[in-house]
Design a protein around this ligand. Structure first.
Ligand code: FES
Length: 152
């Protein structure tokens, strides 16, 4: 059975017909076509699928679309304005924090959520906030530097 849900996706009201067990990741990637939201482990371990739900980072592979009904969802595509990068994206670029890039959309969204709450985080706070986002290239030092750069 399908349910009709309405989500405020990157600032636009969007409706989708979803099954009861459909994940938010599938709705975003397959139905909305926003492929910046990555499928990594598909089991809530890696953070590649991170989106902001009402401003909080969640693993969209482990979140049911029906639970997002009526809520705000921001994906990496929602941060750019035309060709202009969001300051957090720009900081990742400037700090050379992007290697293969697969984890970066999730990292950027988790970093944005942190900086929205805490504009001057310590190294420990950055590491804690990004602890759910795994980088297989092991570029954590540059990623931490990027978040500090974004905070400046
Ligand atoms: Fe969702 Fe890894 S794909 S946490």
């Amino acid at each position: 059975m399908d349910y009709k849900i309405e989500i405020f996706l990157n600032g636009e009201s969007c409706s989708f017909a979803v099954s009861e067990d459909e994940t938010l990741l599938d709705t975003i990637r397959v139905k909305a076509g926003l492929e910046g939201c990555k499928r990594g482990c598909d089991s809530g371990e890696c953070g590649a699928c991170t989106v902001l739900l009402d401003g909080q980072p969640v693993n969209s592979c482990s979140y049911l679309s029906v639970q997002a009904d009526g809520r705000s969802v921001v994906t990496i595509e929602g941060l750019t304005k035309g060709t202009e990068l969001h300051p957090v994206q720009q900081a990742f670029y400037d700090a050379g924090a992007v290697q293969c890039g697969y984890c970066i959309p999730g990292m950027v969204l988790s970093a944005k959520a942190l900086l929205d709450k805490n504009p001057a985080p310590s190294s420990d706070e950055i590491r804690k906030a990004l602890s759910g986002n795994l980088c297989r290239c092991t570029g954590y030092t540059k990623i931490e530097e990027a978040v500090k750069l974004a905070a400046e």
